[in-house]
Design a protein around this ligand. Structure first.
Ligand code: NDP
Length: 307
């Protein structure tokens, strides 16, 4: 039987609606939350993400601006901008779009962001609080996934969760959130032995590795819930035809724009084994943006002692 497709876009729309109401309430107190996005270089995917974040912010009434800096920006110039945004009392949230060009050390700049304005939840203070079970700003993607699992009524306490990927952005905070909800959590990575076997133990499997369709049906226990975080460009029409047989829409995308976006999970095959699964696109992506909006409003309230 085919798995239920979990509608991340619908859950994200509900979150955005709630955020818009919060923003309207804050406006009644003379506060309009303000988000500043810093983009360095001309990575095309980053440009698309930043534009989507800005648009979503405007739609809920958040003021949003982007500082688009050239790829040759020096560490000193970037430091100056972040310090300036930290000091500006009118700015509630600061988002440093990753990846940075290779000559800039991401960690050093994430550490520089004022933890009270760290709407991505990447500052060590916020990371530490999350791992102590005292979440402050929770990274947007894993926070959104938890909302989706709750909306779908997925029980976590006592169940086995496997997180595939151990990045600071997705894998590690995801594991911390699942652990806080009493799941028994295993984190896998590129050196995990018998990856498929470990994943097959999962009642809830979260894939965040950035490898197109690596998670095959063999990785999935019958009846598991599968969350696909991966976003991968696939240009090969043959591969697209194999992964999505009969999907003319995707084939058309490859012909027209040269690629289609696929997740880390072989959706067509895994759908026949899992109980529930997220699609790509339309699964986790919209939840990430909704989480960012929520964190921005939270920052605006907290900075004024309203929360
Ligand atoms: P990173 O590259 O930072 O981390 C990837 C992780 O996957 C690493 O821990 C790596 O292991 C592991 N890994 C890579 N290859 C394999 C493999 N063959 N077998 C097992 N583990 C492997 O990626 P991110 O966490 O930033 O992102 C992961 C994916 O999620 C990407 O496709 C990204 O585009 C997407 N993404 C989507 C978002 C959304 O909103 N939908 C938001 C953020 C990310 P090791 O540590 O050993 O190197």
């Amino acid at each position: 039987m085919s798995a239920r497709v979990m509608d991340g876009a619908a859950v994200a729309a509900r979150i955005r609606g709630a955020v818009a109401e919060d923003v309207a309430r804050l406006s009644g107190h003379g506060v309009v939350p303000r988000l500043e996005v810093v983009l360095v270089g001309d990575d095309p995917a980053s440009r698309v993400y930043v534009a989507a974040k800005g648009k979503a912010a405007h739609e809920v009434g958040i003021r949003a601006a982007t500082h688009a800096l050239p790829a040759a920006t020096t560490a000193e110039e970037l430091r100056e901008l972040i310090v300036q945004l930290n000091c500006n009392g009118d700015v509630d949230g600061i988002l440093l779009q990753l990846p940075l060009p290779s000559h800039l050390n991401s960690r050093a700049f994430l550490d520089l962001v004022d933890p009270a304005k760290d709407v991505d939840g990447f500052h060590p203070l916020n990371v530490g609080l999350l791992h102590q079970g005292r979440p402050s700003f929770v990274p947007c993607t894993p926070a959104g996934i938890m909302e989706l699992l709750d909306a779908e009524g997925v029980g976590l306490s006592g169940r086995r969760a496997v997180v595939l990927g151990r990045s600071e952005i997705v894998g590690k905070p995801m594991a911390a959130l699942l652990l806080a909800r009493h799941a028994t959590v295993t984190v896998c990575h590129s050196r995990t032995a018998d990856l498929a076997g470990v994943c097959r133990q999962a009642d809830v499997l979260v894939a965040a590795i950035g490898k197109a369709a690596l998670v095959s049906a063999e990785f999935v226990k019958p009846g598991a819930v599968v969350v696909d975080v991966g976003i991968n460009r696939v240009e090969d029409p043959g591969l697209v035809a194999r992964l999505y047989p009969g999907d003319e829409g995707r084939r058309g995308q490859v012909a027209k724009r040269g690629y289609t976006l696929v997740g880390d999970v072989d959706f067509t095959a895994v759908r026949e084994v899992a109980a529930a699964i997220t699609p790509v696109p339309g699964g986790v992506g919209p939840l990430t943006i909704a989480g960012l909006l929520r964190n921005t409003v939270r920052a605006a309230r907290r900075r004024r002692g309203m929360e």
